[in-house]
Design a binder for this molecule. Structure first.
Ligand code: SF4
Length: 227
């Protein structure tokens, strides 16, 4: 078991410093070429890997060009175009509804405020944060996906369980300049080393400061249960 730094803000800064060294090119892995494509890719990525989403959007973004195309296509046709994605029926509906709202209320442009974004169908705070950060260069919060959720708990940065509460804890301790990058670093480390089922603690750059480190910690703080 590693020994986390105190206070938590110091632990957060050390985690960021080490992960930045390990993953110097860390960034969003979804592919898109404009804000609407970004919004659609993020909606599709819920409970689905970025790799699969990128594969599917390759042909999707060739076929559909702009909010009107999505808002006017038949539900069954769009769902069929997304059929390798998890929950493709619901996601097709979210995309059609969101694009209709974008056309009606926002002159066809993806809105740039948290309130307006979260009013779109299928768009929660996490999706809105990604769109604000990467589509509009507005960093209002920290994107808490499954990797951020797991690593923040394992590393003793939060004891909260739900994304919105975890985000509030992280906002208190992660320097504002790092809010965006913190997510990408957690995602890269979560994929490469600190995986959900079998983290490679023996080869982890955070082992000595991680209270969940498997060497001699019996508890995975992410789950709150024994390894
Ligand atoms: S891989 Fe192990 S040591 Fe590294 S952050 Fe995850 S749980 Fe902690």
């Amino acid at each position: 078991m590693g020994t986390p730094l105190e206070p938590r803000a110091e632990q957060a800064t050390e985690v960021i410093d080490r992960l930045e060294e390990a993953y110097p090119d860390s960034t969003i892995s979804l592919r898109y070429s404009n804000r609407l494509e970004l919004l659609i890719a993020v909606i599709l990525s819920a409970q689905c890997t970025d790799e699969r989403v990128n594969k599917e959007t390759k042909h999707l973004f060739e076929k559909y060009d702009g909010a009107e195309d999505y808002a006017t296509v038949d539900q069954d046709e769009l769902a069929e175009d997304l059929n390798s994605i998890t929950y493709y029926n619901s996601k097709a509906e979210y995309i059609r509804d969101s694009c209709a709202t974008i056309l009606e209320d926002h002159d066809g442009e993806v809105p740039d405020t948290m309130d307006e974004l979260t009013e779109l169908s299928g768009v929660g705070r996490k999706t809105a944060n990604v769109v604000l950060q990467h589509g509009h260069d507005i960093v209002e919060g920290i994107v808490v996906d499954t990797h951020v959720q797991r690593l923040s708990r394992r590393l003793g940065l939060t004891e909260e369980e739900y994304p919105e509460r975890i985000e509030q804890d992280l906002i208190e301790i992660v320097p504002e300049d790092d809010w965006q990058q913190f997510t990408h670093l957690c995602i890269d480390h979560g994929r490469a080393t600190c995986t959900a089922q079998n983290p490679d603690c023996a080869d982890c750059v955070l082992a000595d400061i991680c209270p969940s480190e498997k060497g001699d910690s019996e508890i995975d703080l992410a789950a709150g249960e024994p390894w």
